[in-house]
Each structure stands twice: as structure tokens, then as C-alpha cells.
Write a protein that binds this ligand. Structure first.
Ligand code: G3H
Ligand code: 13P
Ligand code: ZN
Length: 320
């Protein structure tokens, strides 16, 4: 069942976070649905601009529709990740998306707010939620390049003004994370004080944490042992901090890189151990299982595991 993103966020707010998982292909879709059903968790399936081009946007929609039929118990939202205005409108028009993200965080406040407001005006009449971003993450977002030096954190007072002016439903905040595998050298530095201040100033506004992969050392070690060349000092977000962030209003936690690491590890190890093989299906099958296991474990850390029954009940009650 595809449900509004804002409804999921409302139910999770202040209690647990929902995984925003990026998908690009068949195997990720199969693994994601299986992992979320195995762990009885709601989820947000997110599609980036790059994914819509790579797999063809219609192909992705067809695969997701089929997965929905294969897993009738699944409760999830479909979300455009890091969209520009044009792509947001395309997704709103398609009728398939629960929410879109307009990412004009590289623009000054005024322009960012104006674009977000325009998207909200088109999305809300169709029951589609809007995520916007204020502040800049380090690292690279699809159409936004921000080097570590110019990354800056979200200002809580500006966040209040931004939400008020734009009417956006979810706010992505920069609290010290970045996209990709190389987030921190040594200890992580997450700015929970920013979350606390935002929660105090605008209680009830769901916050989104981008760049939340944990980049497990063991995964990096296995990839390198199978021929990879990742920097072994790569560090991500401590998974044990997900719930603490959730209690401070983070309701959507975005995870892409960790899933890519699972894919890389499975395929590198498979072809290292079976150099005579050239069938893509055996490693594909292993990946689906491993990705499902990975997603189920993440959902435990996010606190969303086991929440399906109460979510179903709440959504049913809201309908009647
Ligand atoms: O934040 C970006 C996501 O990891 C999506 O990455 O634009 O390479 O699909 P992508
Ligand atoms: P990671 O690169 O940490 O997985 O972040 C993904 C993300 O923020 C997608 O929007
Ligand atoms: Zn992101």
C-alpha cells in the first residue's frame, strides 16, 4: 500500500525514524520489500534523478507496482530524492509519488524558499508532500557540488522562517553529515543541538537526515579483501545515534551508500570466489537476500521494525 509521506512522518514523529532507501534496479527493489516485510517496518522508497535516468522512470514505476502486488502487506511511500523544480513537477504530474524533494539548498535562502513554495503549491492540491533542504551537507549531491570547506549547518531560526514561508512538510537539515562513504575522519561530529533547537521552535515539523549511512568497517574490509580499493579510514554515522536523532524529531533517515557497499561486497566476493562464472543471476540472488538482511537490521536501529501493525491500524482509523 502506497501511503502519503506526511502521514508516515506524523505517526513516527518523536518516536522512531523511517528509512529512506534509494533504489535503482530490480534487485534493490526486491531486497527492500523483503527486508521491510521481514522486519515488519514501514519504509520510504526513494528515487533520485540519476536513478530515473539509469533505469528509466517508467520501468522503475512498473517494477515498484509489481513489488507492491507481490508484498500486499507492505506500507510505504514513494519519494523523489534531491529533485530540481522541473523533476518535481514531472513526478507530481505522474501521480505515482507520495512526496517530492525540492533541493535548492545551494541557492540563497530567498530563492530556495521561493522555489519550495512554488512546488508546495503544485504538490499539496494533489495530496503530495514536499521535502525541502536548508543548510548544506558536505560532499556531493546530484546537481549540487559542495566541498567540505563550504558545507554549513542549518540555522534553527532560519528553519522556522523557512517552514512558515514555504509550507513544506519535511525539512532536511544539515547537522554535520555528508553523502557518500567518506563522511568523517576519526570521530563523527553530529550537531544534535541543532535538532534540539528546531524541535523546540517548531515542534511537530518532521526533520530529514541525509547522508546517514554508517559505512561499516567490516564491509569496507571485505570489499578491499576482494579487490576493492576503498579508503579503510572511511567512517559514517554511528547507527546507535539514529534513535536519539528520532527522539529529536528526525523522522526520515536517508540511506544509500551502505546499500551500495552491500552490492559491491557481494559481487566482488562472488566473482573472486567463482572466477569461471559469467551468469549475473547467482550473485544477483545473493544480493537480494543480503540487501533484505541489511534493510531489516537497519530498521531495527531506526526503531521502525515491528511498527507495521500499529501503522496499519492508525491509517485505517484515519480513513474511517
Ligand atoms: O544523495 C544522493 C543519493 O545517494 C542518490 O545518489 O544521485 O547517485 O542516485 P545518486
Ligand atoms: P548516504 O550517502 O549516507 O547513504 O546518504 C544518502 C542520502 O542522503 C540520499 O538522499
Ligand atoms: Zn541526500
Amino acid at each position: 500500500m502506497i501511503v502519503p509521506t506526511a502521514a508516515l512522518a506524523r505517526l513516527a514523529y518523536g518516536r522512531y525514524a523511517i528509512g529512506g532507501y534509494n533504489i535503482n534496479n530490480l534487485e534493490q527493489i526486491l531486497g527492500l520489500f523483503k527486508g521491510c516485510i521481514d522486519s515488519r517496518a514501514p519504509f520510504i522508497l526513494q528515487i533520485s534523478k540519476g536513478a530515473r535516468t539509469y533505469a528509466d522512470k517508467g520501468m522503475l514505476e512498473a517494477m515498484i507496482s509489481r513489488a507492491k502486488d507481490m508484498y500486499p502487506d507492505a506500507v510505504f511511500a514513494v519519494h523523489l530524492d534531491h529533485g530540481d523544480e522541473k523533476t518535481c513537477y514531472d513526478c507530481i504530474e505522474s501521480g505515482f509519488y507520495s512526496s517530492v524533494m525540492i533541493d535548492d539548498s545551494h541557492e540563497p535562502f530567498k530563492e530556495n524558499a521561493a522555489a519550495t513554495k512554488r512546488v508546495v503549491e503544485k504538490a499539496h492540491p494533489k495530496g503530495i508532500s514536499v521535502e525541502a533542504e536548508l543548510g548544506r551537507l558536505g560532499g556531493v549531491e546530484e546537481h549540487v557540488t559542495v566541498d567540505e570547506g563550504s558545507a554549513f549547518l542549518t540555522n534553527p531560526d532560519e528553519a522556522v522562517q523557512f517552514v512558515k514561508e514555504t509550507g513544506c512538510d519535511l525539512l532536511a537539515c544539515a547537522i554535520g553529515t555528508s553523502h557518500g562513504a567518506y563522511k568523517f575522519k576519526g570521530r563523527q561530529s553530529l550537531h544534535f543541538d541543532i535538532l534540539e533547537a528546531i524541535k523546540k521552535k517548531i515542534p511537530g515539523t518532521p526533520i530529514v537526515m541525509h547522508g546517514s549511512s554508517s559505512v561499516p568497517e567490516e564491509e569496507v574490509r571485505r570489499i578491499n579483501a576482494a579487490g576493492g580499493k576503498l579508503d579503510p579510514s572511511a567512517r559514517g554515522v554511528d547507527e546507535n545515534d539514529y534513535l536519539a536523532a528520532a527522539k529529536l524529531g528526525v523522522t526520515k533517515i536517508n540511506i544509500d551508500t551502505d546499500g551500495r557497499l552491500v552490492w559491491t561486497r557481494v559481487h566482488r566476493e562472488y566473482f573472486r570466489d567463482h572466477p569461471e562464472e559469467f551468469d549475473l543471476r547467482p550473485p544477483g540472488k545473493i544480493f537480494v537476500q543480503e540487501y533484505a538482511k541489511f534493510v531489516a537490521q537497519k530498521n531495527e536501529k531506526l526503531g521502525s521494525a515491528g511498527k507495521l501493525p500499529e501503522i496499519r491500524q492508525a491509517l485505517q482509523k484515519a480513513k474511517s
